[in-house]
Write a protein that binds this ligand. Sequence first.
Ligand SMILES: CC(=O)SCCNC(=O)CCNC(=O)[C@H](O)C(C)(C)COP(=O)(O)OP(=O)(O)OC[C@H]1O[C@@H](n2cnc3c(N)ncnc32)[C@H](O)[C@@H]1OP(=O)(O)O
Ligand SMILES: CC(C)C(=O)C(=O)O
Length: 556
Amino acid sequence: MSRFNHQKYRPFPAIQIENRQWPDNTITKAPQWCSVDLRDGNQALIDPMTVEQKKRLFSLLVELGFKEIEVGFPAASQPDFDFVRALIDNNMIPDDVTVQVLTQAREHLIDRTIEALQGVKKAIVHVYNSTSTVQREQVFCMSREEIVGIAISGVKMIKERVAQHPDTQWRLEYSPESFTGTELDFAVEICDAVVAEWQATPENKVILNLPATVEMSTPNVFADQIEWFCRNIAKRDSVEISLHTHNDRGCAVAAAELGVLAGADRVEGTLMGNGERTGNMDIITMAMNLYSQGVNPELNLADAQKIVDVVEYCTNIPVNPRHPYIGELVYTAFSGSHQDAIKKCLSRYQEGQAWDVAYLPIDPRDLGRSYEAVIRINSQSGKGGVAYILESEYGLKLPRWLQIEFAGKVQKHTEQEARELKQTEIRELFDQHYLNSAAQFELVSYKLERSDQDYLNATVRCGDDVLTLQGEGNGAIHALTQALAETLGETVQVTEYSEHALSAGSDAKAVTYVQVKFGEQIQSGVAISEDTVAANLNAVLAAASTRLISAGATVA
Ligand SMILES: CC(=O)SCCNC(=O)CCNC(=O)[C@H](O)C(C)(C)COP(=O)(O)OP(=O)(O)OC[C@H]1O[C@@H](n2cnc3c(N)ncnc32)[C@H](O)[C@@H]1OP(=O)(O)O
Ligand SMILES: CC(C)C(=O)C(=O)O
């Protein structure tokens, strides 16, 4: 019998809230961010960070613009304590950054915490205790009053101790840990008691941090919890409402976003969401979501690769290639219709315009990504992607008919290889099919005399042999097709033609693309040359190469 049984679980009850406001709100400004990488992120690692790793991560967080950073749980271990001391003793905390530390509401831990913070200019002491029904009933085996008692004794102890260090600007943060599993009236009751004990005022606010310690519901229910809490807390003007969501259901970012809509001022999280179990709320994703809506995220995330490198180094956890905004593959399209749409939008996009590119929610360059990696080619790709690479990497603007033809050849090749093709391999394939055949018949010299008609006298080398072609027509190409028609003994007609300069400046080259009909057979030809006429002639010769060879036309 399978143990897989949904009846083991209960639905999360809806929140009774009238006339909820949050669904009509929008986020117009970034919340106050607080990074908890060095604490919640650290406590979830197989190997907690060394002091050296913590220093690297702290420097990165400062560089990114975090103004509040939870630097550890100093009473937990010697490295936690030493790191906090190192920050203070080595003057590593910028004046505009406040460090935060976590402690349980237990005397010896609070004493050690305050000891770790001696001499710091500004600090937030973050104290927590569990308040949910399951924790009260099964872990602590305590009544509501006793649980309030733990919080209040913790706040009292902190108040007494910080009073002995008046040179430091102290702030208090209180978390009713496991808030999402706590009855809302009790969450408000315990938080009101903490605010009263601290004697918070609008000038000396307490941070009330409402954690989804475990994510237990859909994000809309969490938003209802936050709105209910904000409406019912006694001294709303004396508290800063902070969120701390976890990702158990995969919605930590959504929950934090809806929680901000519901009235929260502050958000705690980690870079790329490292943290307990499925992780903490990912600040990069939430900040970039704001950015992509035209809201200043107030974090500088432009050097995305550096963020990835430092976080991977400090956590020993690789970043998923599909990670929102920052993963290796998130600006890459393999599939044909995506590539086609991206190519068309990018070619219309003008610098300075509002970003409106299909399949790319933000401009990859904003995070230090280039367009090079956007389009990659495998058997799911189409002509748009192949054309994009030839144009963006090699300046070859293939006409539509040639895009279709060449994409077919690329498709065959990717199917045979059963893998992605590198950009250089696509170029090699193009050369092999088009430009190398042009090289078989090398135009040594040509003379074009112009009067009513154009007279062409061209010398072409094929291996050791030299072929002379003479013809007349309306322009060089027409004259050459006449000469070829005579040599091959069949009609020769150019059905498609386009050309463009290959690079700007005095050393610009021209590239010509032609499609030529020999009798009933169609052949394509491409040539690159320093002068346009030579490029035109060589392209036609490239198209003619197989006909010339099969006609044995290598006569001097
Ligand atoms: C949701 C979160 O992330 S909360 C943060 C969790 N982080 C960590 O736990 C990492 C750091 N923690 C540690 O290093 C250790 O747990 C220490 C040093 C803090 C404490 O260690 P110990 O006292 O040996 O063990 P432990 O954490 O198991 O203590 C549990 C005891 O503290 C009590 N307790 C737990 N949390 C709290 C709290 N917030 N306030 C007061 N008492 C608490 C428990 O009821 C239990 O009491 P009991 O011993 O009478 O049964
Ligand atoms: C201490 C609290 C804020 C916590 O980490 C959590 O509830 O996840």
